[in-house]
Design a protein around this ligand. Structure first.
Ligand SMILES: [Zn+2]
Ligand SMILES: [Zn+2]
Length: 347
């Protein structure tokens, strides 16, 4: 088969590799019908994720058709259309028993395209297939479901639910890339009074408005702190969601939050950020961090099937599977190309 293979920082290829085979009786082999690229893959290609070594097939988001199952797989059968989630779950360890699959101790967690070969390929081996795949509901397209492999549960769980968004809250979301936009869609389900999107790219702020932000602030020319204070009677936002992953945006979130409010960090950070406890200690602020667990995936699948979430609107560019290098080029230059999510499909 062909696959997108990582060869150390800055090097990748779409090349011929051996087909995956069943190794454990809980594995399934899935033929990839649709797959996407994540911002995390760009981090890997820069060399920021040392666990990913030369020869690894990248990718942790896919929709596909099961072609083969191990003897112990009970929930899926060859021919089934399934979502392959970014998080794999052993189903047995302490964390999986608590629904915290992202922290799985039994060989799961974020392993696809990280510790084992991933989904940017014609076929992928999915460990613990019973717990790590989700049947695709009838009447839903591959692209609609593909957005549930990572960005929608991540924005919803680590942003909206960790942030405790409640009706009438003012929610400030810093970063209007795919994860920030997913947080906007998720926040809207909890009837906030205002969603404020903050970014430095005009195109992303336009997208934020289209996805449901009430106010879009370009922090390159407007200081978001007085703007949010004015909106909230001088208190600050009830919930701030960090969806960038740099020190400046995390610190901005701690300035924007009201006393008693929540800062939900979603961004993947590569450098230390300063926690200004000299200002925060007196404010009763809750700060959460997290890797997605994907416990919300069944809920989000039902919402997509019921047309309550328009998940396919993230997809701005479409490619065939053999156009992976072009897709990476477009996605990595999102500032110029306007790419939110790219979808590559077999059909
Ligand atoms: Zn991802
Ligand atoms: Zn586990």
């Amino acid at each position: 088969m062909r696959a997108l293979v990582y060869h150390g920082p800055g090097n990748k290829g779409w090349e011929e590799v051996p087909d995956p085979t069943i190794r454990d009786d809980t594995d399934a082999i899935v033929q990839v019908d649709a797959v996407t690229i994540c911002g995390t893959d760009l981090h890997i290609l820069k060399g920021d994720v040392p666990a990913v070594t030369d020869g690894r097939i990248l990718g942790h988001e896919a929709v596909g058709t099961v072609t083969e199952i191990g003897a112990g797989v009970k929930n899926v059968r060859p021919g089934d259309r399934v979502l392959v989630s970014c998080i794999t779950s052993c189903g047995r360890c302490r964390y999986c028993r608590e629904g915290r699959y992202g922290q799985c101790l039994g060989g799961g967690g974020w392993i696809l395209g990280h510790r084992i070969n991933g989904t940017q390929a014609e076929y992928v081996r999915v460990p613990f297939a019973d717990n790590s795949t989700y049947p695709v509901p009838a009447g839903v397209t591959d692209e609609e479901v593909l957005m549930l492999a990572d960005i929608l549960p991540t924005g919803y769980e680590v942003g909206v639910l960790n942030g405790g968004v409640r009706p009438a809250d003012t929610v400030a979301i810093v970063g209007a890339g795919p994860i920030g936009l997913a947080a906007i869609l998720g926040a809207k389900m909890h009837s906030p009074s205002h969603i404020v999107a903050i970014d430095v790219a005009a195109g992303r702020l336009d997208a934020a408005k289209q996805f449901g932000a009430d106010i879009a602030i370009n922090s390159r020319d407007t200081d978001p702190v007085p703007a949010v204070m004015e909106l909230t009677d001088g208190l600050g936002a009830d919930v701030t969601i960090e969806a960038v992953g740099i020190p400046e945006t995390f610190e901005l979130c701690t300035q924007l939050v009201r006393p008693g409010g929540h800062v939900a960090n979603v961004g993947v950070h590569g450098k230390p950020a300063t926690l200004h406890l000299e200002d925060l200690w007196i404010k009763n602020v809750t700060i959460t961090t997290g890797l997605v667990d994907t416990y919300s995936t069944p809920t989000l699948l039902r919402l997509v099937a019921a047309r309550q979430i328009e998940s396919a609107r993230f997809v701005t560019h479409r490619f065939g599977l053999d156009e992976f290098l072009d897709a990476y080029d477009v996605f990595s230059r999102a500032g110029e190309t306007g790419a939110l999510k790219v979808a590559l499909s077999r059909h």
